[in-house]
Structures are given as C-alpha cells and as structure tokens.
Write a protein that binds this ligand. Structure first.
Ligand code: ZN
Ligand code: ZN
Length: 363
C-alpha cells in the first residue's frame, strides 16, 4: 500500500506547483494506479492534504478491501456524479481544480462546470502518465510475467502450426493459449498477417490461409493484472527467399543496434535514429514508416515514445518496445519486437524468444 500512497504524494507536488486546490482524476487506469482500486465509474480527488475516492454503492466493499486507509465517499443513489463531486469539492473549500485534459470528455467537463459554477477548472495533462513511465519493482515483475505468458503461448502456437490454418485460426488459437497460460486477455487484438498482407503494419486477421513457403507476421501480447507485454515474431512456413533473408537480417540488425544504444539518459529520438540508420543504409529507408517503439505498462501504448522528434529521455524503470520494421507494398513486411527494461546502467531485454534467421522457419 505504501508504494501506491507514494504515487499520490508525488502527484501532490504538481498540485502545489500548479497552485490549484486539488486534482480530479477520472481515468479508471489512473485511478487504479493511484489507489489500487480495480473498479470503474469513480473519481479520485487529490489535494495537498486530502485524498478522496468518490464512488457508488456497488463498490463500497471492494474499495474497503482494495484501498484500506483511503478516504472514500459513496454517492447516494439517484444523485448524479457531477453534483455529488460539486458537493464534496465545495465542502473541502476548494476554488480551483485541475483535471486531466486528455481523459475527460467535453460533455463531462461541461457537466462538472455546470455543477460547480464557482470552481475554476484547469485542464492539465500527463501528471499521472509521467509517473507511470517509471515502473517500480512490482510493476516490472508483473510485466515480466506477461512477457513469459506471451512467450509460452507463442511456443505452443508455433509447435502445432499447420499451413492449412487461416490468419483468423492462428489469432484465435494464440488468444486462447494466452489465457490458458495465465493471461486475463490478450493485450490488444492479435495481428496475424501472411506474406503480402504483412506489409500492413496493423493488419487485421482474415480468412487467408498460411500456405507453404511463405511467412507470417505475428504481433501479440499478454495482459496480466493489468500489466501488458507486446512482442512480434516472423514465422517462415518452409523455404524463404534471399530477399526475405536480406530484409529480415536488416530489421534484426536495426533492432539489435537500437537495443545496444538504450541506457538511462539516452534521448528516445536517438534510439529511433539508431535503428533507422541501419534500415536507411540497407536502402529501405522509405519503408519504415512508424516509430521505433513505445512504453508498455497498464496500457499497451504509454510513455516514453521512441520515435523521431520525441522529447523523451530514458530513465531507469522505463519499459519500452523496440520494433523496427520494413514494409514493401506487394511483397510483405518484417517486424521484430521485444520488450526492454531500462536499468541503472543500460538495459535488459525482458523477452527471450529466439529471433536469429535460423530460428524463423518451421518444418
Ligand atoms: Zn506489437
Ligand atoms: Zn508495439
């Protein structure tokens, strides 16, 4: 509980610095991060010396169990959330309230403003997300678990893969295997793309069959409680061409070079540039048109962002994906993705699935 309390303490520094009376947290993920509460439809108010979770009667027991010691306020049935929040905020004597500009809808903001006409609402962004970038030991363990689950599920898939199967069959199988291996769900809809279709970085699985002597891009991850993993591997179904080998080796080298450059203090955009320079030098510069990676955690895409122009600086405790790719329209695409922890003196690749060119083909 203390580590969760410590997150709210860090948040209070922003409240003081921004000279507001309190901060209204509406995003369920951020509420969970700051309280341990796993329900939804609840609002957390954080002031310099008061923290109150405002919820409804469905969650009374759950909050007692999940957030011992946290002040809670249960909204009576029949009272709308904005008016109840207004009552609590006015009771606290607050005049100026910061809110998450990126997590509140226009309609919600209007409802809050109407319920609290005398309170100044000030939109801020990234307060909780910035804290979430740096994972503590328990969060890192949870991500490690999600990586292991994803790896086990993939190994099961790979050992039983048949060329008669379709992209949809493979995706369904993998998602079931993830849950059997201990995931609560897959961390995003699994991408399975055969041959030419792999030129679409976010291809949705179709009824296309795998077939022999082609390759399949599989991008998948496990969601645990609730930390996520995100991996991509290529499976060749039999023989592959020299062009495939050239592109695969280029992507792998780009990924290895980028990983080798990861350390605390490194600029995220420089890590992206490291991978990009390998792909450019091989003549595929125009065919890698997404960022190199992103943070993972309670959400599948979070900070830091590893891409061109990213202002982010890597810190120990960041967990990021490194996923260069080359996508040639009409031919296909190759991407290799691993999850990497920034450590005090460099980095640790959390995922261990083989990825050398000789590991790609199945019989
Ligand atoms: Zn991915
Ligand atoms: Zn990713």
């Amino acid at each position: 509980m203390e580590r969760i309390q410590a997150r709210r303490e860090r948040l209070k520094r922003n409240v003081v610095k921004e000279q507001v009376d309190g901060f209204l947290v509406a995003s369920p993920i951020n509420v969970r991060y700051l309280t341990g509460f796993t329900g939804d439809s609840s609002i957390l108010l954080v002031g310099p010396d008061r923290e109150i979770l405002i919820s409804d009667g469905r969650f009374t027991t759950q909050i007692e169990q999940e957030c011992p010691g946290l002040e809670r306020h249960i909204r009576p049935t029949g009272v709308e959330t904005p008016s109840e929040i207004a009552r609590v905020v006015q009771g606290l004597g607050w005049h100026c309230l910061a809110f998450e500009a990126t997590n509140l809808t226009v309609a919600e903001l209007q409802a809050f403003s109407m319920a609290m006409p005398t309170i100044e609402m000030r939109g801020v962004s990234g307060w909780v997300e910035t804290l979430r970038r740096v994972k503590d030991d328990q969060e890192i363990e949870a991500i490690r678990t999600s990586v292991r689950i994803a790896e086990r599920a993939f190994a099961i898939l790979r050992s039983g893969l048949r060329v008669e199967e379709t992209e949809r069959d493979v995706a369904d199988f993998l998602e079931t295997a993830l849950r059997r291996c201990g995931a609560t769900s897959s961390s995003f809809p699994t991408i399975v793309a055969v041959g030419q279709r792999a030129a679409l970085p976010h291809a949705r699985p179709t009824h296309t069959r795998l077939d022999r002597d082609t390759f399949v891009l599989v991008d998948w991850g496990a969601s645990g409680e609730p930390y996520k993993s995100d991996l991509t591997r290529i499976i060749a179904t039999g023989k592959f061409t020299s062009k495939f080998e050239e592109i695969y080796r280029t992507v792998l080298t780009a990924q290895e070079r980028a990983i080798a450059a990861i350390h605390p203090g490194a600029l995220a955009c420089d890590i992206d540039a490291e991978a990009r320079s390998v792909i450019d030098a091989a003549g595929f510069g125009g065919f890698f048109d997404h960022g190199l990676g992103h943070g993972i955690g309670m959400e599948i895409h979070e900070g830091p962002r590893i891409r061109k122009g990213s202002p982010d600086v890597l810190e120990p405790g960041n967990v990021v994906t490194v996923e260069p790719g080359i996508y040639l329209p009409g031919w296909g695409g190759i991407r290799i993705e691993d999850d990497v922890l920034v450590t005090d003196d460099g980095c640790e690749v959390l995922s261990r699935l083989p990825k050398g060119i000789d590991s790609v083909a199945i019989d």
